[in-house]
Design a binder for this molecule. Structure first.
Ligand code: ASP
Ligand code: MG
Length: 439
């Protein structure tokens, strides 16, 4: 069994939706097809939800009307026969009646999450009927029957696996099982989601749960690139990455994958192949346990970072100091990305400023505090970098003209992280592109 996921742009136009039906039917074996909402839909649902929470029903209604128009045009092109066009109309009017009902009634956080889930429910239903019209042997596999998260918002992989087995048995005769990305149930059995971009994560969770042969993630670019194409002119796709390298890249800025995607796949060693719907022939990126060693593979950057320095004369040789510092971050559920220590001070970075003031206030108990905002982490990724000679020399030579605030190396075999002011990011990424990749 394979899991094949298509993102919003891959299903965002009727001709693309038709194309992916052709594509998956051409693949050998049985497939679970995971779909995102049509591109733009989740953003639109977020706007509707925000308007309703802000008690602005007129704006919500206007947004609903414009989204409905979009879907009316979409089904008209998606289906060939009058009979299927009528089915399409029934689907669209059913969903939009629900939205109008939601807009007219009391709206709360739970309603908001239900609203957000509708994007994937519509896209899969429309696609399923397109498959029916083409006599493709497909079934709908409702994600809300098996996909779940616990009270900490962590997916329950074992339970997902246990629930999926019997459902899949009942659907054994189908070639394609079409399911929703992104949506799930939470520990209260309410409708919830895996956060924005979560369809990738769904694909990986299903792939791991059924021990799939491969997880394919189809987007609109040809795999992961060695650098950020929005900032650097010449970038190249990376043919192969290890799970660790891909995780670092996804976390540190490569927008192509939801950052948690790799975790379940890696747990069961299921390879993840990133492919481009707009260019099917392109090789893409294969993420697996294998992968070449001792090479620079890619550079990624993550903005919006705050560096906090805690200086304490008492830290000199004191044990327990770091624990006290870390406890403060834990108390405010704020993850630390980078750390660098000296005998009298420690600097850490965070990417979530929600509790910055509270954190600073508490840290003042342990020493004097300096805060630098508008920082960027530049992450240089490659498997077994520690085995390669002259790694740091190459990096620092490339960045000779860029001031570096923090360095982290040796934490894993896969990355070197540098902290620079965001105003230096563009220059740094371009210099590394030249210095490390000769591009
Ligand atoms: N539709 C959701 C979003 O736009 C999930 C996804 O596409 O991965 O975030
Ligand atoms: Mg995505």
């Amino acid at each position: 069994m394979q899991v094949v996921k298509f993102g919003g742009t891959s299903v965002g136009k009727p001709e693309r939706m038709k194309k992916i039906a052709t594509l998956v039917t051409g693949m050998p074996g049985k497939k679970v097809v995971v779909l995102s909402a049509l591109s733009g839909t989740t953003n639109s649902l977020v706007r509707i939800g925000d308007f309703l929470l802000a008690n602005r029903p007129a704006q919500a209604t206007a947004e609903i009307a414009s989204l409905e128009k979009h879907y009316a045009g979409f089904i008209d092109e998606l289906y060939e026969s009058e009979a299927y066009k009528a089915i399409g109309q029934e689907i669209v009017s059913r969903y939009f009646s629900l939205f109008k009902l939601m807009a007219a009634g009391k709206f709360d956080d739970r309603g908001y999450r239900e609203l957000l889930a509708q994007g994937e429910l519509i896209s899969t239903e429309l696609f399923f009927h397109h498959c029916q019209e083409r006599k493709i042997n497909a079934r709908l596999l409702p994600a809300l029957h098996f996909m779940s998260i616990d009270e900490n918002h962590e997916p329950e992989l074992e339970k997902i696996s246990e629930r999926l087995q019997p459902i899949l048995e009942t659907m054994a005769s189908a070639d394609l099982l079409i399911t929703q990305g992104y949506i799930c149930r939470n520990h209260k059995n309410e409708i919830d989601n895996l956060k924005r971009g979560g369809s990738d994560y769904t694909a990986s969770l299903i792939g791991a749960a059924i021990r799939a042969k491969e997880i394919q993630i189809w987007t609109d670019i040809d795999g992961m690139h060695n650098n950020d194409p929005r900032i650097v002119k010449k970038t190249v796709p990376i043919a192969e990455l290890t799970f660790e390298e891909a995780s670092e890249l996804a976390y540190f800025g490569a927008k192509i994958l939801h950052p948690s995607t790799i975790v379940p796949a890696q747990k069961y060693g299921v390879p993840v192949l990133l492919k481009n719907t707009m260019d099917e022939k392109a090789q893409g990126t294969l993420i697996s346990e294998r992968g070449s060693r001792g090479q620079f593979k890619a550079v990624a950057a993550k903005d919006g970072i705050t560096a906090i320095k805690i200086k304490s004369s008492r830290m000199l040789l004191a044990y327990g100091f770091l624990r006290q510092v870390f406890d403060v971050f834990e108390k405010y559920k704020t993850p630390i990305d980078m750390i660098s220590t000296s005998e009298v001070a420690v600097s850490v970075t965070i990417d979530e400023n929600k509790f910055l003031n509270e954190i600073i206030l508490e840290l003042k108990n342990y020493g004097s505090i300096d805060v630098d905002q508008n920082q960027t982490i530049i992450c240089i990724v490659g498997n077994m970098l520690a085995e390669k000679e002259g790694v740091l020399r190459d990096v620092f030579q490339a960045l000779a003209s860029v001031p570096i605030r923090m360095v982290s190396y040796g934490g894993s075999n896969n990355n070197i992280s540098l902290l620079v002011e965001t105003s230096h990011k563009e220059k740094a990424l371009n210099l590394l592109n030249e210095g490390l990749f000769g591009l």
